[in-house]
Design a protein around this ligand. Structure first.
Ligand SMILES: [Fe+2]
Length: 327
């Protein structure tokens, strides 16, 4: 009887610990014995305290920080004063510095500048800016700094017709590598609306309202259906746009589709980068310059879309003439 009692007490003292507890205790013992071991090979003394940052101080800084001053998703509104139909052209992926169709690029910008009632929204990758791949920079005849200057010259060709711009992945490589948002600086200097990744524009045109949406890159891409991404963004996203533009893939596309009882328009601009060794190496088709353009009517909601700005502006001139504009 007495022996049995002693065994029971011993068992109670040696209650098994949890795995975590056991590991913690072992490591504590190890660290203690190593610091206090006799005959240690070296001793360490720090010149400055090397404790981790004060978490409370860091937290209060985080809590009181100002919101980021560069919106990744910019929301804006544009009021059209012109009482006649107007057009917005989505122009993207110019890739200045690369093997581009510069003549067509200049002509499109000049056409927009000289045609009444048409404006441009720029979708990113204005410069080739291969700072991520130094071999490409070294192989190029035009350095990134020169590309930015040429791109600014190109922007001048539009006159006052550029309304808004976003960055593309090539533009953002400078931000990733050097912390400088070049497109933001260009937009700020010119008084243009700028969203780093996305822009939602509420266009008000004499009683008619239109929701425009542009991103450089999108999710849900399909190699079989170039507007699949747009429709999935519309279905699962936050913004029920009327005209949605996703750039980046350099192959132009245009599709009207029905959603919640209204016609919506999905589009992708082409690219002026007509020779692209990277795209060729992975099997993409050659890019064709094409700037999807939409005509917006005043008073009553009506949108007419075109795959390229050139056809759109032929239509726009007629539509404005019908409403009383001189040819
Ligand atoms: Fe691009």
């Amino acid at each position: 009887m007495i022996k049995k009692t002693k065994t029971a007490k011993k068992t109670a003292k040696k209650k098994p610990k949890s795995a975590v507890e056991t590991v913690r205790r072992r490591s504590a013992t190890r660290s203690h014995s190593s610091r206090g071991a006799k005959g240690a090979a070296f001793t360490v003394e720090a010149a400055q305290p090397c404790s981790p940052p004060d978490g409370k101080k860091v937290w209060s800084g985080l809590e009181s920080a100002a919101p980021q001053d560069v919106p990744g998703r910019l929301k804006s509104s544009v009021d059209v004063h012109d009482p006649l139909p107007v057009a917005f052209a989505f122009v993207s992926d110019q890739h200045v510095g690369g093997a581009c169709d510069y003549k067509r690029m200049r002509e499109d910008a000049e056409l927009i500048a000289s045609t009444p009632g048409v404006f441009a929204v720029l979708g990113g990758d204005g410069c080739d800016n291969h700072v991520k791949h130094w071999a490409a920079v070294l192989a190029s005849n035009v350095l990134p700094d020169e590309q930015v200057s040429a791109f600014e010259h190109y922007l001048d060709m539009f006159g006052e017709k550029v309304v808004a711009m976003i960055s593309g992945n090539h533009d953002l490589w400078t931000l990733e590598r050097a912390g400088v948002d070049v497109v933001r600086r260009i937009a700020a200097r010119r008084g243009l609306l700028y969203g780093q990744h996305e822009h939602r524009i509420l266009l008000r045109h004499h009683g008619a309202e239109y929701r425009l949406w542009i991103r450089h890159k999108g999710r849900f891409n399909s190699g079989f259906n170039s507007t699949h991404s747009h429709k999935q963004h519309w279905r699962t996203g936050e913004h029920a746009w009327d005209v949605g533009c996703i750039c980046h893939l350099h192959e132009a596309a245009l599709e009207p589709f029905w959603a919640h009882g209204e016609v919506r328009w999905a589009c992708r601009p082409g690219s002026y980068l007509v020779r692209d060794p990277y795209a060729e190496s992975i099997g993409f088709n050659a890019a064709v310059p094409s700037c999807p353009t939409f005509v917006f009517y005043p008073t009553k909601k009506r949108v007419v879309g075109f795959l390229d700005v050139r056809e759109a502006l032929v239509y726009l001139r007629e539509a404005r003439h019908e409403k009383g504009a001189k040819r």
